[in-house]
Design a protein around this ligand. Structure first.
Ligand SMILES: Nc1ncnc2c1ncn2[C@@H]1O[C@H](COP(=O)(O)OP(=O)(O)OP(=O)(O)O)[C@@H](O)[C@H]1O
Ligand SMILES: [Mg+2]
Length: 569
């Protein structure tokens, strides 16, 4: 059992009242599993010796203990469901909470689909295992152990014959298990492929239709669907083969007990009643042992699930004890020999620059040069591998991240939109802002030409699918300025809008830039020429800097681009 599982069990046991009830019910069931067949045996003997009163007493007692067992099992399932749901809920809560505070680097190393699946599917897998598998198997096995004691007490020789089939059964399970498991994995993979295929064709429906490749997708879906069908048929066959073999072994086991016990009955050593008890005991072995094999599979997937969830919970958070809690931006923001890599290759090689308060600087460079990465570092989304970033000569690592980020208004290349209205999307950084205030901002920036009053209350759809490019950019701009930030970071959209909207957006941007420090990743010549200072980034290095107008005069890289008319970059 891995450590994470032990941790999980401790969490379950911490619900003391529930776990005591569950444990008590398991013990009760195993006592009843032990008593039941014994009572049947005595009843058989009492029939043979014509003791009818005893038979009636035994019968009533038998009914009584099974009624008790029914209620106790019922309670057990209920309490187990409750407890495991509580445990899972708090595991999910803790994992989700921690995810809010882990460094962004965590997300660039992990696949987001996998993180989501850990919190949703893995927790679900665990729920099933805790609620149904564990109590069933534990009480089944406890029942077998208890039965073995009373069997050995009744007739130890016959007990040895009775347990002979247990190793046989275990060997079969072990051998078949591998096959079944392999099949199970293959069914899971096929289903994943199927889902992937469907989701790809739905997400890419436009691309598929416009390239006329519907047939290709249809065919590939058919293949995947066929594979899925075959895998499922194989799985069903294997399962039914398995249950036939188990039934044969069961028959065999009963035969052994009948033969050996029968011989003893004939020689007068054993009562018929005890022989009957033994047969019922042997029959009782099967279900729990077969369940044990399912339990084993389930245990394996659950232990992976547990480990994954705890790993999220244990993931180290961003630090939150800072030397400087509040900060005002008075003078300058600098990168000093900053190096950074997302993974193995260096994305930022050695970058130094200073932005003075009130300055408007532009970063330009080809796609993948590292421009967005510079702003990511500036916003403390990532920490440099070496070198440092300072604000008014204070290392930004020592400044409270939340307060530091409040100084910035960020306009992303591709703004993330949530479900809700356009207004909700603008307000999301600050719920206290009134609609009137936003409307005023819209009028001031001239964005009313893009966002009409009416459209403010319309739903944006999944990820803003029903918005125009211009509307999306407008939302992004408004989001950045409603909190009156000191510094505006803008990752300019690469695409040009139609000329009217482009002018409207540009005007809005110039408007919001007034009296602000601005760091802009520029793609359009207009924006570049309107900046005070220019940094040219190539392969994670600044290879050129200066005033745009001066760079044009000298034989610069920028001049080359400008000349070749390669802007928009
Ligand atoms: N989250 C990430 N994880 C790993 N690598 C990344 C990540 N983001 C960017 N990169 C890599 O870092 C390099 C620089 O990317 P960056 O986004 O800074 O480029 P950019 O200059 O902004 O390009 P563009 O003009 O296309 O936006 C690229 O090679 C990119 O593949
Ligand atoms: Mg970028």
């Amino acid at each position: 059992m891995n450590n994470y599982f032990i941790r999980l069990i401790k969490e379950i046991l911490s619900y003391k009242r529930n776990s005591s009830i569950i444990i008590f019910s398991i013990l009760l069931s195993s006592v009843i599993a032990m008593l039941g067949p014994y009572l049947i045996g005595i009843a058989t003997d009492s029939i043979i010796s014509l003791k009818f009163t005893l038979l009636i007493y035994l019968g009533s007692f038998y009914i009584l203990i099974y009624i008790i067992n029914y209620f106790s099992e019922n309670r057990r399932t209920l309490y187990m469901m409750n407890t495991s749901q509580m445990v899972i809920k708090q595991l999910r809560d803790r994992a989700f909470e921690n995810l809010q505070y882990v460094p962004l680097k965590y997300y660039s190393e992990k696949n987001s689909g996998k993180i989501i699946s850990r919190i949703t599917n893995d927790a679900e897998t665990l729920g099933d295992f805790l609620t149904f598998q564990i109590p069933q198997v534990v009480s089944g096995i406890a029942g077998i152990v208890a039965s073995l004691f009373i069997m050995a007490y009744l007739d130890y020789r016959l007990t040895i014959y009775a347990v002979l089939i247990i190793p046989m059964l275990l060997a079969t399970i072990f051998l078949m298990n591998k096959k079944i498991k392999f099949n199970y994995i293959s069914v899971r993979q096929r289903i994943a492929e199927l889902t992937g295929n469907v989701s790809e064709s739905i997400n890419g429906v436009k691309a598929i239709k416009s390239s006329g490749t519907e047939d290709v997708f249809n065919e590939s879906f058919e293949t995947v669907n066929n594979n899925n069908y075959n895998a499922n048929v194989r799985a069903v066959r294997l399962t039914s083969l398995f249950s036939s073999i188990v039934q044969i072994i069961e028959g065999f086991g009963i035969m052994i007990v009948l033969y050996e016990g029968g011989t003893q009955v004939f020689s007068g050593i054993l009562s018929i009643g005890i022989l009957v008890s033994f047969i019922v005991y042997v029959q009782g072995f099967f279900n729990p042992i077969v369940q044990l094999s399912q339990f084993y599979n389930s245990y394996q997937s659950s232990s992976i699930a547990v480990e994954r969830i705890y790993k999220i919970i244990d993931e180290e958070k961003d630090k939150n004890n800072y030397k400087y809690n509040d900060i005002k931006f008075n003078d300058s923001l600098s990168f000093n020999h900053v190096k950074f890599s997302y993974g193995k290759t260096d994305t930022i090689k050695d970058i130094s620059f200073t932005v003075k308060k009130g300055q408007k600087v532009a970063f330009i460079g080809k796609t993948g040069a590292g421009k967005t990465t510079v702003t990511n570092l500036m916003l403390k989304f990532y920490t440099p591998n070496s070198g440092n970033i300072t604000m008014d000569n204070i290392n930004v690592n020592e400044i409270n991240t939340g307060n530091y980020r409040k100084l910035f208004g960020v306009i992303l290349q591709d703004p993330f939109l949530f479900e809700g209205t356009i207004l909700d999307n603008i307000k999301f950084t600050n719920e206290n802002i009134t609609d009137d205030y936003i409307n005023e901002k819209i009028m001031n920036t001239g964005l009313d030409k893009i966002l009409s009053r009416l459209s403010l209350y319309s739903e944006v759809g999944e990820r803003g699918s029903n918005l125009s490019e211009g509307q999306r950019q407008a939302i992004s701009i408004l989001r950045a300025v409603i909190n009156e930030p000191e510094i505006i970071i803008m990752d300019e959209a690469t695409s040009q809008l139609d000329s009217v909207n482009e002018i409207n957006i540009q005007n809005a941007i110039y408007k919001i830039m007034e009296n602000k420090t601005v760091i802009i990743i520029a793609h359009h010549l207009n924006t570049i020429m309107n900046s005070d200072y220019l940094f040219y980034v190539r392969n994670g290095e600044i290879i050129e800097e200066g005033k745009p107008s001066e760079l044009i005069k000298s034989q610069s890289y920028f001049y080359e681009l400008y000349n070749q008319n390669k802007l928009v970059l």
